[in-house]
Ligand binder design. Structure first.
Ligand code: ZN
Length: 355
């Protein structure tokens, strides 16, 4: 009996040491993916929803393979160029739907995952499908971080008739600061994070975001790292057409492609074909010869030398949101990819940006 007991204890100790080792084993990296969800529900618009069942599957997979960190930890690390656990990621939601509380939160709490919700203060408590301020407070007491998604979810790039550039920027910025004031009053938060509604921004707005001391978050894909634009950090949409766990696994394992210069970084465009855009990447460990670039899922022409990757987009851009994604397999981390996304935003004939 004693022998059986000691075998059992030995086996148990062995298991513990294995578990401890697999947690410490991963080498560190300097970037992390940020996931973006909206609805967690079975009866909401398909393009921005994930079913409760599928959300459970995502979280179970993440629990087994990833380290979920607060968004603030990831932002602090990439600002300081500090190492992150090799499998780190952050979880975010946009729009403040009530089904985050009723369907998402119980699952996230079971795993003790920290997460962030970007909300529109003018919408909170105003519709049956939105969180109320009491519910915001309740979630905040349970560790959820709330941040700015503008007052009322406007298309920030839309201009009013006869509005000058300066007038436009002042108008959209006062919307952001009003939302921030309400957030501060209601939640006491001091975090200055802005998620652009629809992921839409231009360089003038991004510059203002940075000048005002904010961190900006988009909806173009890729891991966020020290070379990412801090006023337009990428996030991986993880619901709707992007909810398949198979493709999400690759995204959750992705690394930021360390792009230090973009020849043509403006995402706000007209229909005109962008032509060649060159990315500068100073990292001898990355073999740019193995890069592939895609526009709306189709492979496009690209060429590279040791420090530059150029892609050429010969077709005109569609109205609304589109993007080029470039990936390069990592030689250091087998099966993982460096990932970079460049978004484009094109207004319709009336000069407005569609939902
Ligand atoms: Zn939104």
């Amino acid at each position: 009996m004693q022998f059986i007991m000691s075998v059992f204890v030995c086996f148990w100790l062995l298991l513990i040491s294995f578990a401890a080792e697999s947690k410490q084993d991963s080498p560190s990296v300097h970037s992390a993916p940020i996931l973006l969800y909206h609805h967690v529900a079975d009866d909401t618009p398909a393009s921005t929803s994930i079913s409760v069942e599928q959300f459970k599957q995502h979280m179970a997979y993440i629990n087994e393979h990833h380290t979920v960190l607060p968004l603030t930890d990831i932002v602090a690390a990439i600002k300081a160029n500090e190492a992150l656990p090799s499998n780190a990621l952050a979880i975010t939601f946009d729009d403040g739907y009530k089904n985050i509380l009723t369907n998402g939160h119980p699952i996230l709490s079971d795993y003790n995952f920290p997460y962030t919700i970007f909300i529109n203060p003018a919408e909170i408590g105003q519709r049956a499908n939105q969180l109320s301020w009491d519910e915001v407070k309740q979630l905040q007491n349970e560790g959820v971080l709330f941040a700015n998604h503008t007052m009322n979810h406007l298309h920030m790039l839309n201009k009013e008739d006869n509005e000058s550039e300066d007038e436009w920027l002042e108008r959209v910025w006062s919307n952001v600061s009003e939302a921030q004031t309400v957030l501060e009053q209601k939640t006491g938060t001091t975090v200055k994070y802005l998620a652009y509604p629809f992921g839409e921004y231009n360089q003038a707005l991004a510059q203002r975001v940075e000048q005002e001391g904010y961190v900006g978050f988009g909806q173009h894909s890729g891991a966020a790292g020290p070379t990412s634009q801090i006023s337009a950090l990428p996030r991986f949409p993880a619901a709707g057409p992007y909810a398949s766990l198979k493709s999400l696994k690759t995204k959750m394992a992705s690394l930021a492609l360390p792009v230090t210069r973009i020849s043509s970084p403006e995402p706000q465009r007209d229909f005109e074909a962008p032509g060649a855009i060159t990315l500068t990447i100073n990292d001898e460990k990355i073999d740019l010869g193995r890069a592939s670039c895609y526009f709306n899922g189709n492979k496009i022409r690209s060429q590279s030398d040791e420090q530059q990757l150029s892609f050429t987009l010969e077709q005109t851009l569609p109205t609304g949101r589109s993007r080029v994604n470039c990936t390069v397999p990592s030689s250091q981390f087998s099966g993982r990819y460096y990932w970079y996304s460049q978004p484009f935003f094109v207004a319709n004939k009336e000069g407005k940006y569609p939902d």
